[in-house]
Design a protein around this ligand. Sequence first.
Ligand code: PEP
Length: 249
Amino acid sequence: MRKPVIAANWKMYKTPAQAQEFVTAFLPLVAGQDRAEIVLCPSATSLATVVAAVGGSGIAVGGQNIHQAEEGAYTGETSAQMLTALKVSHVIIGHSERRQYFCETDEIVNQKVHTALKHGLTPILCIGELLEEREAGKTEEVLLKQASIALKGISAEQAKQIVVAYEPVWAIGTGKTATPEMAGEAHFMIRTEIARLQGREVADAIRILYGGSVKPDNAASLLNQPEIDGALVGGASLVAESFAKIVKF
Ligand code: PEP
């Protein structure tokens, strides 16, 4: 059985004080739940606060991005080592907003996956099609290309540690959600491609999350699909009560 992962992507929201306030409200709401792994991904400036605030609760903390290089003259960037030094365990890689606004290509995403794994960070690797790609019947082609390039040069042992997030770009922050059937079908395509690339054992072990306007009222119908192993949540993860409801789907 794959244990679900429910991850919060706070994007460029919350100061450290607001992040602290969230965790203080959130911890009692999810105390004792062991059904899902919880990952909070605040902005870089709140990482240390959130790591300290979650303490020994078992909640993991992730960054929203890393640079692919070990270190260097890359003003404004964060390295993998900078995250691990803060006891951060996960990192979102290849989010569609990074691909769209910061020119991240599949090749850069692949380099970042390598860098994250080298430093023991669990990549939350995001892939997903644009609306025009879906409408042109290219969803499968796009997903398989993104997955195969992102996993280039990754061993089966490393691949098992990756969490994949299927995030149809048209569903992110739009209030439009893929139907459970559409999401289930995309997850099946992705898992089949992972089996082709890395073998059946890896494909069966890897968690594939759904992301795109997940809310407390649609979480159960999506997360109860057999191919869906959790969620990457943006907007609804900013409020402790809403995110707790999703965690307890
Ligand atoms: C996201 O940012 O990854 C996301 C899925 O956002 P939202 O839940 O707001 O659509």
